[in-house]
Structures are given as structure tokens and as C-alpha cells.
Ligand binder design. Structure first.
Ligand code: UD1
Ligand code: UDP
Length: 373
């Protein structure tokens, strides 16, 4: 069997690495196609190295652009590779433009698509990711929702065949890399941070960074934090802060350490030892509940509602008063802190990669891995 994996951004590399590992353990070498949606060393190559992925077969160097430019360019380049290689299945993960491009290019060549992390919905159609998720799910033949809740979203849209709830491969990634991170990363020492005495922040969503108004609200939150904080900054956010003339303001906040985006081992160690995380990232919301760290999400909705229901995540939006109120409560109220930190992980047992590879091989062997007429 010849599976192709199409990916292009930081979270896709992290979350597909366990699937690559599982295929290799079954003696199958998957074809690796990197669109190059992310291209800086610290947004891409560092993860290929740290997660010890085999060499990439195709680097498509799509790069940045408008939504249509990036998706269109990726589709054209992915199509060429798929026509030449004719894999038995194309795997995509998540909700980026790379995912939409990979899914559309593949299904139109009658190569079945398997969507890892299917069925997530924020129900906010102004997010580019929501459109990508919906379209990728509907272009897919095999769907791997991480939770029962995600499966139900698919069912509501009429997708019921070849749907397998397998958990989220982020649990595999965390379990596979946490100990390595504790051993290999010296990030706490480098940044002079003590365990549980700092907040870890990430924010990069278009809705938070693309308007001056929202980015200013984020800056105002950063200016009011009641303890030390560290913010590995996404290139999108850095670019917007500079364009809106807000960079100097952020750089001069005394109790905030700004760093370049970090590798996975450094980031995991920082996350595991954080007092709390504040984020608009999908992957970071998931990792926080896996690592027993309270999470405040800088959004008004989430396609990971399981984390909120479990009690480990609170949606605070860009409301400074709300953020500060919850941070203060976390600092002062030990029971509240413990309850958030101990919220149960809803994303499975860390064997999602293995399950995905086995299910796909099983379908292939039964001759059921094809685009249905
Ligand atoms: C993309 C995904 C988002 C995901 C995020 C993961 C879409 C629509 N969005 O957002 O869902 O959460 O990746 O991090 O696919 N840039 C660089 N260097 C890089 C990559 C990007 O400087 O290596 C800058 C460029 O100015 C670019 C901007 O960041 O225009 C945005 O990059 P892009 O890939 O379009 O979207 P992300 O914000 O990264
Ligand atoms: N991450 C990382 N270094 C950083 C910030 C994040 O390794 O500086 C990892 C994080 O552990 C998580 C993933 O990147 O696994 C999340 O990616 P991102 O926030 O870019 O995208 P999203 O999950 O929102 O799509």
C-alpha cells in the first residue's frame, strides 16, 4: 500500500508525525509531500528534524499569499505530484489551506482522501479554517474524528460511512515527546524561568491579528498580566504588530519575554511547566488539557468544546477584564486552579496514529479504499 501525506504547516507536521511513525512500524514508507505553506526554519524544518521524520519526498514551496493564491498554487502543485505518484490514499490533517488543497486535488483524481482530525466545527464561517474543515470533510472518503462530539458534527452533515473515532494524534505527539523534551530542552534555564511561575502565551489567529482594533486589545491584555509571561511569537503576529506600529509597545513590556517561535521540545517543556496558558491556537488548547495546565482561550468560540466541557479551558475572548479576573482567581483560589488543571483529557489514549494506519491498511486490503461512484 502506498499512502501519501500532504502537509504544510507547523501543527500538521506535529500531528502527522505519529501517523508516519505508525506506517513505518508496519513496514510501509509513506510518501511525504510538504506544500511549504510554512517555510521559516522555526516554523517547519525544526519539527522535521526534532520529530525525526524521514526525508520529504516533495517540497512544493508554495509559500504565503492570499487565501486563493495559496490554496490554488498548492492545488496545482499537489495535483502534479499525485498524478505522477498515484498513491492509494491521500492523508490530510486539520483545517489549513494545505488541507483543502490536498483534499480537492486528490479526490478529483479519484484518489481517496483520509481526513485526520475530521468533524471539528466552530460554527463560525468567517474563519478560513471553518470553510477548509467543512469542505475537506465532504471531499473525504475516510474520516477520523478525534471525539464522539466531532463524529456527531459529521453525522449532522450526513457523513456516516467510514467514520472512525480514534482520538487526536496530538496525544500521541505529547506522549512521544514529553520525556525527550524534559531531557533535551534547556528552555527554562535559557529564559531564566521557574516552573509554575509564568504564563505561556501564543496568539496568531487571523481574527485576532488582522485588525488594528483586535490586535490592540491583545496588546492591552499583554500589558496587564499579573505575572511573568513568555510569548513565542508567530510570524503572522510579528508582521501585523510591526505593520500596525505596535511592535515597540509589546517589546517594551517588562514582565513579558518575547521569543521567536520555538521548536517542539522547547515548547512542550515550557507548556508542561507553565502556571497557565493563554492562547488562540487549536493545538495548544488540546495540549494544555493533556498536560494538566489551565487554559484561557483568547477566542469567543472553539472547535474544541470538549476542553471547555471537561473544565480545563475557559473562553475569555479578547476581554481584558475577563482575562484578568480568571488569572487572579487561578492565582488566589487553589481549588479552582486544581479543578482546571485536573480536567480529564478528552482526546484519547495516544494510539491514534497506530489506529489510523491500521484502519487504512485494513480498508485497502479489503479493496474498500476508493472514491465511491
Ligand atoms: C495557518 C493556518 C492556521 C493555523 C496556522 C498554524 C490557514 C488558513 N491558516 O495560519 O489555521 O493555525 O497556520 O500556525 O491555513 N509567515 C512567515 N513565515 C512562515 C509562515 C508564515 O513569515 O514560515 C507569515 C507570512 O507573512 C504569511 C503569514 O505568516 O503571510 C501567515 O501565514 P499563513 O500560512 O498564510 O497562515 P497562518 O497564520 O500561519
Ligand atoms: N508550537 C511549537 N512552538 C511554538 C508554538 C507552538 O512547537 O512556538 C506547537 C504547539 O505545541 C502545538 C502546535 O505548535 O502542537 C500548534 O500550532 P499552531 O498554534 O501554530 O496552530 P493551530 O494548532 O492553531 O492550528
Amino acid at each position: 500500500m502506498k499512502p501519501a501525506l500532504v502537509f504544510g504547516t507547523r501543527p500538521e507536521i506535529i500531528k502527522l508525525a505519529p501517523v508516519v511513525r505508525a506506517f513505518l512500524e508496519m513496514g510501509i514508507k509513506p510518501l511525504l509531500i510538504h506544500t511549504g505553506q510554512h517555510y521559516d526554519y522555526e516554523m517547519s524544518r525544526i519539527f522535521l528534524e526534532e520529530l525525526e521524520l524521514p526525508p520529504i519526498d516533495y517540497h512544493l514551496e508554495v509559500g504565503s499569499g492570499t487565501q486563493a493564491e495559496q490554496t490554488g498554487k498548492a492545488m496545482i502543485k499537489i495535483e502534479k505530484v499525485l498524478m505522477e505518484e498515484r498513491p492509494d490514499v491521500t492523508l490530510v490533517q486539520g483545517d489549513t489551506n494545505t488541507v483543502l488543497a490536498g483534499a480537492l486535488a486528490s479526490v478529483k483524481l479519484k484518489i481517496p482522501v483520509a481526513h485526520v482530525e475530521a468533524g471539528l466545527r466552530s460554527f463560525d464561517r468567517t474563519m478560513p479554517e471553518e470553510i477548509n474543515r467543512i469542505l475537506a470533510d465532504h471531499a473525504s472518503e475516510v474520516l477520523f474524528p478525534p471525539t464522539e462530539e466531532a463524529r456527531k458534527n459529521l453525522e449532522r452533515e450526513g457523513i456516516t460511512e467510514n467514520v472512525y473515532v480514534v482520538g487526536n494524534t496530538i496525544v500521541d505527539a505529547v506522549l512521544q515527546n514529553s520525556l525527550v523534551a524534559e531531557k533535551k530542552s534547556d528552555v527554562l534555564e535559557r529564559l531564566d524561568l521557574k516552573p509554575k511561575e509564568y504564563i505561556l502565551i501564543t496568539a496568531h489567529r487571523a481574527e485576532n491579528t488582522d485588525s488594528w482594533e483586535n490586535l490592540t486589545r491583545l496588546v492591552e491584555i499583554l500589558e496587564s498580566l499579573p505575572m511573568m509571561a513568555v510569548y513565542p511569537i508567530h510570524p503572522r503576529t510579528e508582521g501585523r504588530l510591526k505593520r500596525f506600529g505596535l511592535w515597540e509597545r509589546v517589546a517594551s513590556i517588562e514582565n513579558l519575554i518575547l521569543t521567536k517561535p520555538l521548536g517542539y521540545l522547547d515548547f512542550l517543556r515550557l507548556e508542561k511547566n507553565a502556571f497557565a496558558v493563554m492562547t488562540d491556537s487549536g493545538g495548544v488548547q488540546e495540549e494544555a488539557i493533556i498536560l494538566d495546565v489551565p487554559c484561557l482561550t483568547l477566542r469567543y468560540n472553539t472547535e474544541r468544546p470538549e476542553t471547555v466541557k471537561a473544565g480545563g479551558n475557559i473562553l475569555v475572548g479578547l476581554e481584558r477584564e475577563r482575562v484578568l479576573r480568571y488569572l487572579q482567581r487561578l492565582i488566589e483560589d487553589r481549588d479552582f486552579y486544581e479543578k482546571m488543571a485536573k480536567a480529564p483529557n478528552p482526546f484519547g489514549d495516544g494510539k491514534a496514529g497506530e489506529k489510523i494506519a491500521k484502519i487504512l491498511v485494513g480498508l485497502y486490503e479489503k479493496g474498500e479504499l476508493k472514491v465511491k461512484s
